[in-house]
Write a protein that binds this ligand. Structure first.
Ligand code: ATP
Length: 222
């Protein structure tokens, strides 16, 4: 095993990648719930430059990053991390985790957060079998999605699953924790569609107020 057992760490970092087109209350709910429940010291929201396994975003990378910065402003332990946008090109989580691991050293636990819909595609992530050498995985529930995964991923779960979040603080990588969240049926797709249809009052209810102001000012998604 390549990951290191650590003494109880003060710093435990959550890594939350996404398209954030736009960042919405569903994302904040995931970031804040996981941060509080698992007692993480911070969660980094990392907008992808060019996301894989989905359509190209509607907003530019700079606009998506600007919205993430506005969304996290009131929340002390949430951080906007622009490394994938600075790196450019296709955004692979394994590259992002490799960079962060090199920066924080081998002792700091990293928790890569992904929801049930993402986990069902986990086998399509670049170097997916290497990810647990770099970080833990925290797999969260998402309204409307069931956990489904291939035989290979099932085997990985069997080998690495842990049920006690405190274990994530005691080693720097290598565990998989499933975390149930109160379901919030919100998606970027739904918000973009509502705005395009002129249903602004409905779209607004799914967004942090500053993000809604930004969308109005820039006339995004119309
Ligand atoms: P889109 O509809 O444009 O595909 P999205 O709302 O799914 O966007 P992403 O930026 O693709 O947002 O998501 C980043 C991560 O957040 C993913 O792991 C996704 O599953 C998760 N996520 C997004 N919305 C929710 C939600 N309402 N509840 C739980 N997880 C969510």
């Amino acid at each position: 095993m390549k990951w290191k057992t650590t003494s109880m760490q003060n710093k435990v970092i959550g890594i939350f990648g996404g398209t954030f087109d736009p960042v919405h209350l569903g994302h904040l709910h995931v970031a804040l719930s996981v941060c509080n429940t698992l007692k993480l010291s911070e969660v980094r929201l990392i907008p992808s430059a060019q996301p894989l396994l989905r359509d190209a975003p509607s907003a530019t990378a700079e606009q998506r990053l600007a919205m993430v910065k506005l969304a996290i402003a009131p929340h002390e332990r949430l951080i906007a991390d622009d490394r994938e946008i600075r790196r450019g090109g296709s955004s692979y989580m394994v590259d992002t985790l490799t960079e962060i691991r090199a920066e924080v050293g081998e002792n700091v636990p990293l928790c890569c957060m992904l929801s049930a819909d993402q986990f069902s595609q986990f086998e399509q992530w670049k170097d997916w079998q290497h990810i647990l050498d770099l970080a833990h995985l925290v797999v969260t529930t998402r309204a409307g999605y069931k956990f489904s995964y291939s035989r290979a991923v099932k085997k990985l779960v069997k080998q690495h699953q842990c049920k006690d979040f405190q274990l994530l603080h005691q080693s720097s990588a290598g565990l998989i924790l499933f975390q149930s969240l109160i379901p919030l049926q919100i998606s970027g797709t739904q918000i973009r569609a509502l705005i395009q249809q002129g249903r602004y009052d409905e779209a607004k209810t799914f967004l942090p107020p500053l993000v809604w102001e930004y969308i109005q000012e820039t006339k995004l998604y119309r």
